[in-house]
Write a protein of this length. Structure first.
Ligand code: CMC
Length: 429
């Protein structure tokens, strides 16, 4: 039976339908609010606003639950490959053997990057941040891979999605090699998605890269944990920009730009910088806890807090465990891990952090994992972007398939000057 809420204003009433999701989440459908009452809603940061219905990812911030297409992320981290997870997110179900083989062939066939794109890389100033470069390169892909007239729209979309998944990984490794002044290493058909990335990053003509099982596994889990997170800032950017019906490359490029921010994906780099600063400051983490609590100090405890999770981020739990296992199997002693654990121990007992529901999020331990694998700090957010790519693509595809999806165009409450007449320059004060 359809449910409604009733809004009363100035003696008149309007009935607004209630929408209930498959996990019992409730929303008030305000589609007709403005046309029937003249009102809009005001919700800074969209904290109470559902921008869409979606069947991709479910998260419960109070219970610390995250599922992709219904499957708990813990099970995927334990059993799935990143490729299977990408397929699951984009197509809505796990691939069977034939589908996975077909998908692997397509990824392999599309993994090379147009050689002319190399010149782009070489002309960026050396100090450029890899996220800025990646965002520009992905946008530029449209020029290198224009629409193929003979393909159907469905084939074209499949090809574009595959190109992104296959080439962004190659492009990320390319940017690292070029930043070091090294020869590029091309993808190999005999390696898995994760192995290939590590090989393209670390193989050199004088030192062949030996596949390290623990590093490959850590990268697999890292990418699976980042693969989607419903309507976060970068995903919303992809959906909003995509709603103008731009091409997929441009929409993904905007997602990469949004992810760059330190309050979002850039937090993984910011956490390592913060932990390093604490280390250089004699390991005095209590000072930083106090700074984070001081409202006059703009400092925030990076890797702590989340808009949706009001408990421990389930991804952070897996990441922390993996971090311990990885460092042990690679025989690495990282002093930043000790600082991170001490910081967590004290912070999670501190009344400010408890009252504000501030727990470690995925970025708190992920940087230490990436450091152990050998990824340079300024590439951390690029690693997040490669992982988030299947989610962005799946969310873009879902919005394009949604008959109700319109161009995103929020309203505002204007608070500026009321009308006044133009003043000629000679009469201005
Ligand atoms: N350190 C200190 N205080 C904090 C922190 C923090 N990391 N995060 C939130 N607070 C306080 C904030 O000062 C405010 O206090 P009060 O109500 O007393 O004024 C309260 O908690 C609510 O903060 P908010 O900024 O309104 O919360 P939000 O939901 O808008 O922001 C957040 C969420 C993730 C941006 C924020 O927690 C933050 O800045 N965290 C640090 C950056 C970070 O780790 N980002 C990665 C997020 S997970 C990866 C991803 O998916 O993007």
């Amino acid at each position: 039976m359809e449910e409604f809420v009733t809004l009363t204003y100035n003696g008149s009433e309007i009935k607004l339908p209630v929408v209930i999701g498959t996990e019992g989440e409730k929303a008030i459908d305000i589609t007709n609010l403005r046309s029937e009452t003249g009102f809009i809603t005001l919700d800074p940061g969209y904290a109470n606003t559902g921008s869409c219905t979606s069947a991709i990812t479910f998260m419960d911030g109070e219970k610390g639950i995250l599922r992709y297409r219904g499957i708990p992320v813990e099970q995927l981290a334990e059993n799935a490959t990143f490729k299977e997870t990408a397929y699951l997110l984009i197509h809505g179900r796990l691939p069977n053997r034939d589908e996975l083989t077909q998908f692997s062939i397509m990824l392999n066939d599309n993994s090379l990057v147009h050689t002319d794109m190399k010149a782009f890389y070489q002309n960026f100033p050396r100090a450029s941040h890899p996220m800025g470069i990646l965002s520009s390169m992905v946008n530029a892909m449209r020029s290198f891979y224009p629409i193929l007239e003979n393909e159907s729209e469905k084939e074209e979309i499949t090809l574009t999605m595959t190109r992104l998944l296959a080439k962004v990984r190659t492009m990320a490794a390319m940017s690292y090699k070029i930043s070091r002044g090294h020869e590029l290493v091309l993808p190999r058909p005999d390696l898995t998605y994760c192995e290939n990335f590590l090989n393209m990053m670390f193989e050199t003509p004088v030192k062949p890269y030996e596949i390290n099982r623990a590093a490959v596994n850590a990268l697999r889990v890292f990418w699976i944990l980042h693969a989607d997170h419903e309507q976060n800032c970068s995903t919303s950017a992809v959906r909003v920009v995509g709603s103008a019906r731009v091409n997929l490359y441009a929409a993904i490029s905007s997602g990469i730009s949004a992810l760059w921010g330190p309050l979002h994906g850039g937090a993984n780099q910011a956490v390592i910088e913060m932990l390093t600063e604490i280390q250089e400051d004699g390991g005095n983490f209590n000072k930083y806890i106090e700074k984070a609590k001081d409202k006059k100090d703009p400092f925030r405890m990076m890797g702590f807090g989340h808009r949706v999770y009001k408990t421990y981020d389930p991804r952070a739990k897996i990441m922390k465990k993996m971090c311990d296992e990885l460092l042990e199997s690679m025989n690495i002693k990282d002093p930043l891990l000790d600082i991170a654990k001490e910081l967590e121990e004290v912070a999670t007992k501190d009344p400010y952090f408890v009252d504000h529901n501030l727990y470690p999020n995925i970025d708190f331990y992920s940087g230490i994992v990436l450091r152990a694998i050998g990824i340079p700090t300024n590439m951390f957010t690029v690693m997040f972007a490669i992982g988030r790519l299947p989610g962005w693509i799946a969310q873009w595809k879902e919005s394009m398939d949604d008959p109700k999806w319109k161009i995103c165009r929020p309203r505002q409450v204007y608070t500026g000057n009321t009308a006044f007449d133009f003043v000629p320059i000679h009469a201005r004060r």
